[in-house]
Write a protein that binds this ligand. Sequence first.
Ligand SMILES: Nc1nc2c(ncn2[C@@H]2O[C@H](COP(=O)(O)OP(=O)(O)OP(=O)(O)O)[C@@H](O)[C@H]2O)c(=O)[nH]1
Ligand SMILES: [Mg+2]
Length: 611
Amino acid sequence: MSASTLKIALVGNPNCGKTALFNQLTGGRQKVANYAGVTVERKEGRFTAPSGRVLQLLDLPGTYSFEANSPDEQITRDVCAGNYPGEAPPDLIVCVADATNLRLHLRFVLEVKRLGRPVVLALNMMDTARQRGIVIDVPQLQERLGLPVVETIAVKRGGARALIERVDGEVPAAAPAQTDDAASRADLHAQVRELLAATVTMPRATAVIDDALDRWTLHSVFGLMILAVVMFLVFQAVYSIGKPMTDLIGDGFGWMGEHAAALMPAGPLQSLVTDGLFGGIGTVLGFLPEILVLFLFIIVLEESGYLPRAAFLLDRLMLSVGLTGRSFIPLLSSFACAIPGIMGTRSIQDPRDRLATILIAPLMTCSARLPVYALLIGAFIPTRRVLGVFNLQGVVLFALYLAGILGAMAVGWVMKHIRRDKSEHALLMELPSYRLPKVRDVAIGLYERGAIFMKRLTGVILGLTILMWFISTFPSPPAGATGPAIEYSFAGYIGRALQYVFAPIGFNWQISLALIPAFAARETAVAALATVYLVGGEASGLGQALAGQISLASALSLLVWFAYAPQCMSTLAVIRRETDSWRNVAISFGYMFVLAYAASFVVYQVASALA
Ligand SMILES: Nc1nc2c(ncn2[C@@H]2O[C@H](COP(=O)(O)OP(=O)(O)OP(=O)(O)O)[C@@H](O)[C@H]2O)c(=O)[nH]1
Ligand SMILES: [Mg+2]
């Protein structure tokens, strides 16, 4: 390393744009590694400043506060303070703050300043700040803070010019280091308030509207009621808007399957195309509209600024079941898929809170389960109105999501009481301003969800469906066989063996069999059932076949099974990777199996008795 290499560390609250700034400066060239022994990322890059000096840049994990104790935050603090073994202290700390949210970010800036090292403050997201009419008196802020302050727009070409010029110049003098005690921490709050009053002018209109809305949405009683109503309406919409489109697609595929069959000679190939491809894959594809409608609402709620408020609102509730408000976002992501949710738990400081969140994340209903729910609800729940306005199918879907959430809360509560350390960590998060979602952002978000679904469909689900078709078709029945052909196939044998385990909860052999590919990808249960029933030649449509073949009690039991059952292999693999422990995988699989089996058993027995 040449003598003139300057080592710069980028720090800041999560989501302030550190990584965007890092990429802008280094052109994305980087070396990513983990800090020894922990899964905290260390990302390093370099670039040459106009003066010819080489600058080495370190992107550190987002940190709310140095008081917190997540592995990420400890490492960030130690690296900045120059105490991290094997890491030379940075010559300069660039503290990045979101200019649209200085109320939250300035506090951390003050904490960084107290380390007593040279600091430059980058006010990032200046484009959004200007758009929103936020005016920041930079010279005044610079003077009051006693730090150089520059404005940046990390996502715009040349948006970091002021920062480059500043870091290429002389290294600023460090403020004296200060010790951290309770009194000085309380002091930080007062300082932030003072700084804001002197240097930041917020647009009146937004602030007034935000406050007015927040009085309702964050109210401890009305807020929860609003949240419940909003979520309830979303599930209603999934059925009222998505279902007709799903039916249309289903009819379309049925029609295509028939025509394709007419063009082909009878035989295995014809059966693969009609039963496996059009029947199996077509049935799963039909659920795309429902998934898109659900995500349309989730994305709009998120973009509008409502979802972070829901997190804030639920924080107290989460604490009471041994979680933290920080668990909310990972858990919310788990409604799409548990995998990003579990990966998102990295931002939870307390290892026990983090583990608890990881273990219950799969209880949140992931989008892969939606086709299964939609199929069974469509086949078994009448399209009755409840209380005159609500669609009964939508109510059942809402109840299933709720069952997952309540199950998760119950498990969280049990874990809280088992563990010895009962400390709690309250949430510290930013509440963005309300805004009208941009059509483009919503469209991109929807497109991404749709693309993920299609990729799964044409990848793992297609492969598994062909496999299911194969084991359902071969071996062919012996000459003179009387029963349906499928009973002599591999699938028939495997299904009947599994049935010993699942009969007490009301699953026939076809359902038991479908659980296997579902363990690789949930949606495949639908394709597998379609294939098995269509190969068995029992009916034209799958919903119709199911309604004729299994009882309402079995269908309810299966719905409950899918709400609680151990989720797909990929989820378990991610648990293994994120916790580095097979034991946690076993705990996760085991408790969910027991939970699902018990719940399905109760539902099946009660429903059978009442029927
Ligand atoms: N409009 C605007 N968006 C920005 C700016 N800088 C970053 N963003 C966006 O803000 C989001 C977060 O940026 P990141 O760079 O991932 O933030 P980070 O600080 O690295 O976040 P963590 O690593 O999670 O702590 C991304 O969607 C960026 O595209 C900016 O100057 N203006
Ligand atoms: Mg980052």
